[in-house]
Ligand binder design. Sequence first.
Ligand code: 5AD
Length: 327
Amino acid sequence: MQKISPGSNPNTELVVSSEGGVNRQLFKSAVNIRTQHFGNEVYPRGVVEISNYCNLNCLYCGMRKDNLTINRYRLGHNEIVQIALSMEQHGIKSIMLQSGDDYTYPIASLVKTVHAIRKETDLRVILCLGERKRADLEAMLKAGANMYVLKLETPNPILFQKLRPSTTFERRLNQLKFMKKIGYQISSGFIVGLPEQTHHEIFEGLMLLKDLRVDAASVSPFIPNEGSPLKNEPFGSLELSLYFLAQMRIHLQGVYIPAVSAFSLLHKDGQALAMNAGANVITINFTPKTNAKQYLMYSEKRNPVSLERARELILSLGMTSSILQIN
Ligand code: 5AD
């Protein structure tokens, strides 16, 4: 077992057992902090992936514009509102509307949908729709949106631009700052294990999230996606991702941290390990099954979390949640 320190050589192969002494202590501290802020509750968030169109060509993503092998879809207003109603019946507290950077999804329709969900349900609305014009962000906030998720993905601006051609780190950071200023809660985070990424910069990234006063944050292990140029790169490390998740909890204290489903692609109990490293949110997938197959965020085998699996996970951890109180 080797201790990781935030400055360690990025090329060192890290062997850190999650059973090992260093991480066991770290995870315990992280869970203690989570308990101080959230008690024993897991916060259930529902996601509906409203469009898999994307204008961008990120090197790690299978939904990139140049991937011509997937069927593209968009869900419409009525369908999304129906899904929101069903989420609420199942005890879900927030709906996340997620898509690629689909700039042709009509903004008027998004505004109408956000407004209808806020009016017809008690759900909070979280948006994860990529980089957007300021006027559009303002319009969706005015319609009732509560939070916007915009991951920084990797905190090194040079690597960022290599992996996300035609976008810049600075522009993304500015969008986050703008959203916080106008009244959104903001969420961001990093992929751990991207080629050329260093441990030091991920740690610096966590500090940046702290400075931004994010309300939620995530760490996701890198999953080589078959539909992307990085398909032959190695998977991100489970141990390292858990390590940074725990550090995130310790440094960012009471933020909402999801145990993202990418963890379950590295280990069958990956999401339980993420909860035991300090996560407190589970995202349950409500995208219609045929569409979900075409939403190639992590991989074709991406293993979306069902209500049933979320319930089993929460019960196995001895935790509680509003989705356990309803059938
Ligand atoms: N591996 C891990 N996470 C990924 N994401 C996208 N592609 C990958 C990948 N190959 C994450 C990004 C994105 C979120 C929706 O999914 O953080 O913002």
